[in-house]
Design a protein around this ligand. Structure first.
Ligand code: ADP
Ligand code: 5GP
Length: 192
């Protein structure tokens, strides 16, 4: 029988280091597919359409919602973000594992439909360090940073919903914890 791929959902307040950790995890596990979300936010410098996100207009996103094309979607920091049903169907058809970098609202929607999802929350070591990382990244305006900091408290309050919580203080240690979540899930499958 064909293997049923695992679905890993990762959430974190913006700046906690989720993208960095996902990149590192995918280096160790190149067979995991990264789910490319749709978003109405503008691309950051260096981001590519179809690689980091599918960048679409609000009108196009709203059409996708109306046509029931989204497995989950949410409005985050003033923009729409969502995972298309097609993306999940493609990885399910291949039987591969898929990694979703989505917010708490999206995680709850998907877990309701697919309780087998494996959920991971990335915590920053402190609010001061979160702010320092957002500023150091240098990709967001002061207004965007302040909005993301305001939202962070609410997002962190939802960490109890997740099966695994990783504090991203020392990067190497956090990557190792993330890798061990995947290794343990695969170990539980037995012989894959
Ligand atoms: P997110 O995807 O959660 O918004 P990023 O992965 O873009 O966050 O990380 C935000 C910033 O913090 C980046 O500049 C990144 O290099 C840095 N960073 C990530 N993890 C760590 C860490 N453990 N220690 C110090 N800086 C980190
Ligand atoms: P960013 O703008 O920093 O790339 O992402 C902002 C937030 O949107 C992050 O919390 C990220 O996890 C979330 N996000 C990205 N893609 C999706 C998605 O497809 N669905 C949902 N619900 N959230 C997403």
């Amino acid at each position: 029988m064909k293997r049923r791929g695992n679905i890993y959902i990762v959430s974190a307040p913006s700046g906690a280091g989720k993208s960095t950790l996902c990149r590192e995890l995918l280096k160790s596990y190149p067979d995991i597919t990264y789910s490319i979300s749709h978003t109405t936010r503008s691309p950051r410098e260096g981001e590519k359409d179809g690689v980091d996100y599918h960048f679409v207009s609000r009108k196009a996103f709203e059409e996708r919602i109306e046509k029931n094309m989204m497995a989950e979607w949410a409005e985050v920091h003033g923009n729409y973000y969502g995972t298309s049903i097609e993306t999940l169907k493609e990885s399910a058809a291949k039987g591969v594992d898929v990694l979703l970098d989505i917010d708490v609202q999206g995680a709850k929607q998907l877990c309701e439909k697919m309780p087998e999802c494996i959920t991971v929350f990335i915590m920053p070591p402190s609010m001061e360090e979160l702010l320092a990382r957002l500023e150091k990244r240098g990709t967001d305006t002061p207004e965007t940073i302040s909005r993301r900091m305001q939202n962070a408290q609410g997002e962190m309050a939802e960490s109890g919903f997740y099966q695994h919580v990783i504090v991203n203080d020392d990067l190497k240690a956090a990557v190792a914890s993330f890798e061990s979540v995947v290794a343990n899930c695969r170990g539980l499958e037995g012989g894959k």
